[in-house]
Design a protein around this ligand. Structure first.
Ligand code: ADP
Ligand code: MG
Ligand code: MG
Length: 249
């Protein structure tokens, strides 16, 4: 059974149609990449799956057999959807350490695992600061990843985890994504899945098991294919002319 089924999803924001009849699936244990030019609707799609308020949505979003289209973001989070935002909000008065503690209590995440992940990401020094206040771009990505780990999600939505990240940090971020999704652990009882939005596909070299990529163009799913092939084609021919993909009509 597919973990996530998006069926003819259209999204309007302030009267403007940003996504048009988008359909795709994410299987259990699958990592799916979303590619597309700036402004094509990738972030809007992840926000719509997470249940951001203020969107006018038609179509259906099915998560583990449950229709979540009308549910609030917090209901979706409780079902196991976690979101790493491209541009997260800064929260005055909210200390990162306290937020992590709260999240791990709510989601039953192991504190030692989170401590190890924050060491791996080398962000211990940020734990006593207010969330994302004055953080650099790369620090924000790492902190979002730690927050995602604290949510212990079944389906992780990752919006550009590799943008603005230095070369040395990239493999570390890939490793942590693998830990969150559990792609490296074949003994995991329940297979986890992820959707990764990426511009250059850099992160896919460090993430195991990226099975499929979709290209989103002007708010529509144009085609899908093997991630490495599509990225090579996009570099050579651009998003609209890539060759080794299956078109979605
Ligand atoms: P991507 O992530 O693919 O770069 P986005 O999903 O962020 O693209 O945005 C898609 C389009 O929708 C862009 O043209 C953007 O300006 C527009 N958009 C997104 N959110 C809003 C909003 N809240 N109000 C108006 N326009 C929006
Ligand atoms: Mg973008
Ligand atoms: Mg975006």
């Amino acid at each position: 059974m597919a973990m996530l089924k998006v069926e003819e999803l259209s999204v309007k924001v302030r009267e403007r149609e940003i996504l048009r009849e988008v359909s795709f699936e994410v299987g259990e244990g699958e990592i799916v990449a979303l590619l597309g030019p700036n402004g094509s609707g990738k972030s809007t799609l992840l926000h719509a799956i997470m249940g951001r308020p203020g969107y006018e949505v038609s179509g259906r979003i099915i998560f583990n057999g449950i229709d979540i289209t009308g549910m609030s973001a917090s209901e979706r989070a409780k079902l196991g959807i976690g979101f790493m935002m491209q541009i997260p909000p800064a929260l005055k008065g909210v200390r990162l350490r306290d937020l992590i503690k709260r999240l791990s209590k709510i989601y039953g995440t192991d504190q030692d695992t989170l401590r190890r992940i924050s060491e791996e990401l080398r962000i211990e020094r940020l734990l006593d600061r207010e969330l994302h206040r004055g953080f650099s771009g790369g620090e924000m990505k790492k902190v979002e990843l730690l927050l995602l780990a604290a949510q212990n999600p079944k389906l992780a939505l990752l919006d550009e985890p590799d943008s603005g990240v230095d070369l040395e940090s990239l493999p570390i971020i890939g490793k942590v994504i693998n830990e969150i999704v559990g792609a490296s652990d074949s003994r995991a009882r329940e297979k986890r899945s992820a959707i990764i939005v990426t511009h250059m596909g850099k992160i896919l070299k460090h993430v195991r098991n990226a099975n499929r990529a979709y290209i989103i163009l002007n708010g529509e799913v144009k085609c899908f294919g093997n991630p490495a092939d599509l990225i090579e084609d996009i570099e050579k021919y651009g998003f609209s002319e890539c060759l080794r993909c299956v078109r979605v009509v």
